[in-house]
Design a protein. Structure first.
Length: 96
């Protein structure tokens, strides 16, 4: 799993589009790197987590997955937030 940076809105829109043009991945410069387990994650994300699913629960028209985190990598930056149909900024101060 990858957590996007505040400036990666275009990536969010790309992955949210079920009819996305896969050639756009090249135009956006999407690059992957493997975690220790070999799981591919986004290379320039704010955070990457490698998890294994331990439970799944039906939740209306969604499935809720509970995972055990096996590896975490965190970079510098602010997270991309999406709430109530729009992107926003966090009021949480960043660590120096």
């Amino acid at each position: 799993m990858s957590v996007l940076k505040a400036e990666q809105e275009a990536l969010s829109e790309f992955f949210a589009d079920p009819e996305r043009d896969h050639d756009a991945a090249y135009r956006l410069g999407i690059q992957y790197r493997p975690m220790r387990s070999g799981t591919p994650v986004l290379q320039d994300a704010l955070a990457n987590l490698d998890c294994s699913v331990v439970h799944d629960y039906e939740g209306g028209d969604h499935t809720i997955f509970v995972g055990e985190v096996r590896e975490v990598i965190v970079a510098e930056g602010a997270p991309l937030l999406y709430f109530r149909g729009r992107y926003g900024m966090s009021d949480v101060p960043q660590e120096p």
